[in-house]
Design a protein around this ligand. Structure first.
Ligand code: SAH
Ligand code: SF4
Ligand code: F3S
Length: 447
């Protein structure tokens, strides 16, 4: 080997800091980026102040998400003026969607990299350090970062996200994700199982398998129920969760697989988006209210103790007062434990933006969203009240935000329970009885 030709890795002596926005997939992506950068010698900065390279991992899902990032970018550009030599990068969905505009309008940005371009980040940083700009927003049909073990940024060491697939082929008419993340592709099962085994051996006690549409996972002979079964078999002491499920793909076989393994958590996030079949058709969700309710009934039959949560969009194109009322009635009928609720935000380039008018006035959207939130608060409180007096096993995650004398953990249903600290440590399983509740949390005692 000719040692003289070996260049020092660009990362040696440089520290990197990543600020993450958006969904859980972005959290794993930031951890994957850390792993890629570590190979090139980059260290991890504990805060922005000590960082040589600052990356914003961005989200485009709604206008508001992007606006926050534009504002943050301006703050960081100001910081960069005081710290010449700092490398500033934008990665993730907004980088993918708006690369040209970012390059044209934000000279302070040195790097722009889309979700499938992270392996090239060390090279892009090298280009930036040399005084240029590094841009790569190419989407891939194959990239799953399969063999990379993400560097976990959450230090509690109890629960980790594991990406099992990337991209989305569903093209819901309102959604930007198929454009920012490209086509759906599944990760090789052996690499997933290896990563989960490593996490368990390192003390982790919970994994959440992630994909935009996890239940359409498919690699060779292995489909999602089969993968889930294999992951759950790694240890009965490992809890397994997954997100997000699409209602059209939630099969009886998946429900049977869950019911047969007590360490697969009794919590299903099944975004409905709307309770009206006509709105669902305009959204291109490919199911009806009746289909959705049939799937809810199937979940209840297979696992009577399962918690069901959802995402709801208020004020989609053409939504009438009657259609909105159907969303409220669906929410009551299902009795969701929890929901993420949003006002419809038009996204350039999507089918809805191209072919439908964003015609529900903002004030009406806000009023409908408030009704939806108020109803969900009622439903969450009712659900929590039903748990008072019941017993659960919780996995302790950390110290309660409100009090140092208390710790919190989650039930299999993904509800937070706060108990006295005792000698409990993160990663312990504790049997508790619920004694009291609010709409957000349960209070309990060890039994
Ligand atoms: N793949 C997941 C979630 C994707 S994004 C799924 O299909 O369920 C998370 C949530 O953001 C969506 O479920 C939807 O409720 C919301 N969302 C997506 N695009 C939106 C838009 N243009 N306006 C408002 N909410 C949106
Ligand atoms: Fe977006 Fe629909 Fe894909 Fe979810 S399933 S990411 S809402 S296109
Ligand atoms: Fe946002 Fe991209 Fe996730 S748009 S919600 S970060 S997939």
């Amino acid at each position: 080997m000719d040692f003289q030709s070996v260049k020092p890795a660009v990362g040696v002596g440089r520290k990197i800091y990543i600020e993450t926005y958006g969904c859980q997939m972005n959290v794993v992506d930031s951890e994957t980026v850390m792993a890629i950068m570590a190979v090139d010698g980059f260290g991890r900065a504990d805060d922005l102040r000590s960082a040589d390279v600052v990356l914003l991992n961005t989200c485009s899902i709604r206008e508001g998400a992007e606006q926050r990032i534009w504002n943050r970018l301006d703050e960081l550009a100001a910081l960069k003026r005081r710290r010449p030599g700092m490398v500033l990068g934008l990665i993730g969905c907004m980088a993918e969607r708006l690369a040209e505009r970012i390059v044209a309008e934000r000279p302070a940005v040195d790097i722009v990299a889309g979700p499938d371009a992270y392996r090239s980040l060390p090279v892009l940083v090298g280009e930036a350090v040399a005084g240029g700009r590094g841009v790569n927003v190419e989407l891939s049909k194959e990239e799953t970062y399969a063999e990379i073990s993400p560097v976990r940024l959450d230090t509690a060491g109890v629960s980790a996200f594991v990406a099992i697939m990337r991209g989305c082929n569903n093209f819901c008419s309102y959604c930007v994700v198929p454009y920012t993340r490209g086509r759906e592709r599944s990760r090789e099962p052996e690499t997933i199982l290896r990563e989960v085994r490593e996490l368990f051996d390192a003390g982790y006690r919970e994994v959440t398998l992630l994909g935009q549409n996890v239940n359409s996972y498919s690699f060779g002979e292995v489909d999602f129920p089969e993968l889930l079964r294999c992951v759950a078999e790694i240890s009965p002491l490992l809890r397994v969760r997954f997100a997000t499920s699409h209602p059209k793909d939630i099969s009886d076989r998946l429900l049977e697989t869950m019911a047969a393994a007590s360490n697969i958590c009794r919590a299903i996030h099944l975004p409905a988006q709307s309770g009206s079949s006509s709105v669902l058709e305009r959204m291109n969700r490919r199911y009806t209210r009746e289909w959705y309710l049939d799937r809810i009934a199937a979940i209840r039959r297979a696992m009577p103790d399962a918690a069901i949560s959802t995402d709801i969009i208020a004020g989609f194109c053409g939504e009438t007062p009657e259609e909105h009322a159907e969303t409220l009635s669906l929410m009551r009928e299902v009795g969701y434990e929890f929901a993420f609720m949003f006002k419809y935000s038009e996204r350039e380039g999507t089918l809805a933006a191209r072919t439908m008018a964003d015609d529900v006035p903002d004030g009406v959207k806000t009023a409908r969203l408030e009704e939806i939130i108020a109803l969900q608060n009622e439903l969450s409180l009712e659900s929590n009240r039903r748990d008072v007096g019941r017993e659960f096993e919780i996995l302790v995650e950390g110290t309660s935000k409100r009090s140092d004398d208390k710790v919190f953990g989650r039930t299999s249903q993904n509800k937070v329970v706060v108990i006295s600290r005792g000698d409990h440590r993160p990663g312990d399983y504790v049997r508790v009885r619920v004694t009291d509740c609010s709409s957000a949390t349960l209070q309990g005692v060890e039994i």
